[in-house]
Design a protein around this ligand. Structure first.
Ligand code: FES
Length: 172
């Protein structure tokens, strides 16, 4: 079996169809690792383990090393995004106005730490730089909605609302 056919067969076996780049163009190109990881995340919304194996095979970097690169850069995700993506701003204004405390409360409420997704796939937390509403700091976004001047109480209520919304999809 030709190498390209072998790769295609492997992709089908792993259910890894839809990779938006032709991996085969990057055979032996170690320098293509980051763009390929970005392409994998673009294709799937995260980087599936099967994609790591295939990139490893193509560029010739061990999968364990690639895993190390992925965990080093906060832009990469090893799990799919949750239904609700919570972006917490950690820009200067938000930081000064207590974004760390707000992040801590979200982490406690959702039982996750740092940039992670809850086991039920409902929420993903992501720390980001300034999201452009500094006068409302501290600010978070949940999907496309922006919430500002947050207090610990407000953020707890907000999370409660989103959890309820998911249990009763009719709630606006
Ligand atoms: S610093 Fe948070 S919105 Fe600008």
């Amino acid at each position: 079996m030709k190498a390209q056919d072998k790769l295609n067969a492997q992709q089908t076996k792993n259910g890894l169809t839809g990779f938006k780049v032709d991996l085969w163009n990057y055979e032996g190109e170690k320098g293509a690792l980051i763009p390929l990881l970005q392409a994998a995340q673009d294709s799937y919304g995260y980087i599936p383990l099967a994609a790591i194996d295939q990139i490893s095979e193509i560029v010739g970097i061990p999968a364990a090393e690639i895993y190390g690169v992925i965990t080093f850069y906060s832009q990469f995700r090893l799990k799919p995004l949750g239904k609700y993506l919570i972006k917490i701003c950690d820009g200067t204004a938000c930081h000064v106005n207590g974004s760390e405390r707000i992040a801590g409360i979200i982490e406690d409420e959702l039982q996750i730490t740092g940039n992670d997704t809850t086991p039920d796939g409902l929420f993903t937390l992501q720390k980001v730089a300034c999201i452009g509403c500094c006068s409302l700091s501290p600010v978070i976004m949940i999907n496309d909605e922006t919430y500002g001047r947050l207090t610990p109480k407000k953020v707890q209520l907000l999370l409660k609302e989103y959890k309820a919304k998911d249990q009763n999809p009719q709630t606006p």
